[in-house]
Every structure is written in C-alpha cells, then in structure tokens.
Design a protein around this ligand. Sequence first.
Ligand code: AMP
Length: 430
Amino acid sequence: MSTLKAVRGTRDLLPPETDLWNRVEATARAVFARYGFGEIRTPIFEATELFARGVGEETDIVSKEMYTWEDRARAASEKAQSLTLRPENTAGVVRAYIEHKLGDTGNLQKLFYIGPQFRRERPQRGRYRQFWQIGVEVLGPVSSGAESPIRDAEVLEMLASLLDELGIRNWQLQLNSVGSSTDRPRYIAALREALAPVKHLMCEDNQRRAETNPLRVLDSKDPNDQELINNLPKIADFLDEASTAHFAQVREALDACGVPYTVNPRLVRGLDYYTRTTFEFTVPDGQGLGTQNALLGGGRYDGLSEMLGGPRAPGIGFAIGEDRLILTLQAQSAETTTTKLDAYIAPLGIPQNAAALALARELRRAGLSVEVGDGSFRVKKSFEAADKVARHIVLLGEDEVSTGILTVKTFATGEQVKVDKSTLASHLRT
Ligand code: AMP
C-alpha cells in the first residue's frame, strides 16, 4: 500500500519546533494586550463572494489561488452555495465588524487574530498552501479616529516593538502611500501612458500586467526590467492634498518614535482594497527567507467596509507571515534551545510504577515538568533516557517508596543526593 503524506504545500509542525511557534504567539499576544487589542476568531471558510468583493476579482489570490467548492444543500431549508477557505483574514474581520454592528458602539475596534490561511501558490521555502498569519485590524467610524495617521503610526510602532521583542534582527520597514480611491485611477492612467512605449521591452509577465493591472508591474522582480520600472511615474506625485498630508503625518509620528523606515514608491501590494498607507517589513536576503523576503505586509483600507455592504469604517491592518517569522528566527539564531524537563522519575521495578505516577502527579501539581519511565527498564536505560529529556533523575525503588527518602541525581553537576519527599519539589526547582 502506498503511504499517505501531507498534501503538497502543507506540512506538519512538530515539537520542539512548535515551542518556537508558541513563544512567537505568546509574545504577540502579550504585545497586543499592551496596546489594547482583543482577539477575534472568524471561521476558516466563508462565502466565496466575500473574497471576490473584498480582496478583488482581478487579484492573483482570487483569480487563481483560492480553494473554492460548491457546498451542497443538506436540507430543503438550505441553498447550495460557493464556499472558500480563507486566503486572508481581513475580509472576514470586516464582515464580522459589519455583521455584529461593531460600528454602532462608536468605539475604535482593535482586533487581532492568529490562524491558518490557504492559497494555491507554487510551494517553495517560505511559501506554502496552508500558512499562518498573525494579524491586526484597527477600524471604526470616522468619529472614533479610525482614519487618523496616528493609528497608522501606532500600528507600525507596535510592529517594530514586536519584532524587536521577538529578537528579529535587521528588519526594514518599507513604507508608501497609494493614495485615495480618486488618486489611484489618475496614477494608473499615467502608468499606462508611460508603459505604452516601453512595455514591449519588458518580460512577458510585465507585458500582460501592463494591460490588465499596471500597478502590478511595480512589484516585478524581473532583473532586466528594473531600470524601466524605476523610471515610471511615482504615485507620490499623484496624491491629493489630503493624502499627502496624511502620509506626512504618519512619517512625522514614526520619526518622533524613532522607528526607522524607507519610503519605497514601488510598494503597492497585492490586494485591491488598500488606500493611503501601505507597508512591508522585510529582512535582507540570506536571513532565512530567500526571495520570499517579506515578513509581513499591511496597509490602510478605507473603503473596504462599504465594498462589503457595510457602513463607512476606515481601518488599517497587517498580517505577519508566521511561517516566515519562524524561518527568520531560526536562521538568525544559531542556538537550539531545547528546554529540559525538571525531572525524570525512574521506577526501579514494575511494583514501583504506580508510586512513580503518584509522585509525578504531586510534582506536576506543584508546577514542575515531569516525565515518568517504566519499571521494566534497566537502570542504565533509565539514566540514558532521563539525561536526554530532564535535568534530574529521581530513583524510586522499594526502599525509597517505604522510607520516603529519594535518590536524586543532577545531570549538570553529576551530584547524587538523598532527598526527603517533603523537600523534593524545592530541590528539583533549584
Ligand atoms: P498578504 O496577505 O498577501 O498581504 O501577505 C501578508 C504576509 O503573509 C506576507 O508578507 C507573507 O509573510 C505571508 N504570506 C503570504 N502568502 C504566504 C504563503 N503562501 N506562504 C507563507 N506566507 C505567506
């Protein structure tokens, strides 16, 4: 029989690597709490229409990367409908914001999520078909201050603090403004005009993009086209007064906080809903990500709620690629910290198995991490097993059970002592 494997583009996360995942998530939760964020958990699948409307029919994500199926009706009261595994979480969060009328509170909503997303991309290092995102959305009615540039700067400053706290080194913040929904069409028209005489010199992909979605040309990594692209008009020259002032205030607040950034006029990003501030945090090549060097991306989406049939609710958010964050942490730190358990309890014979488990229960309830061996093991085997996973071994033979005086060896020092059961927990902690 052929063996079954995880599907292409998906993978199992195993211990001890999952320790790192949990540390990253715990740090993110702690940082988000300091900024007043609450967690939102939306369903992993949604109506296909949500992404078609929210992310945009013309995007790569919607046009070719979604896992979509026709869900059959199971009862006369149900209708068959097209469903999709979420390729990103912003549309789901905004749908929930509308559905639960969170705007009626009048308050700014500060939400975060952690969970898997699904895109049928060509798998490579740092790019998977099921991947994890840690994301944040700040949105609300205009009266809540949701549109203010201080929100953008605060989100960026929070990201800088989070990456620092996680120990990510050499991150770079690439920042741009893509303007309002009226600035963009003027810019796209100018791009088309500038591309017309030169596009035939570009790669096939860019020739196609120049027709279908000229903004995408700016994303191109094709080495031969870079000079042509750098000479194209810049969005900054097409921003109206309000967008220009908004962007200036975002930068001013970042400067005041001492958060470094680079203005990258080519940063337009892959999703249609972005307005004004857009950004990416990248790490230099050779630090774990190869060509997929964007750790995270985000931006402002002032018209998204209306696009989904909701009230006006300007907002800004980001999604960190958690898989890429982990790859970067692994590449940047040579240390492989496997945390050892406090103790390994070795029953010296099968009759001591029950007492061993009872002792483990006591210690675990006292907050210690403990593994229990088996009375059928030879002593040598118990020592070897214990040395691999724990800092101490506690020997439990017939005498130990009857007297309550236990033999404890500390592997780091080689020291072996007798310890009374009543002081065992505190001995193991030191
Ligand atoms: P996006 O939702 O496309 O703005 O992406 C935000 C971040 O999610 C990116 O910067 C990546 O770090 C991560 N990401 C996007 N697609 C993938 C993928 N297929 N595999 C792993 N990470 C991804």
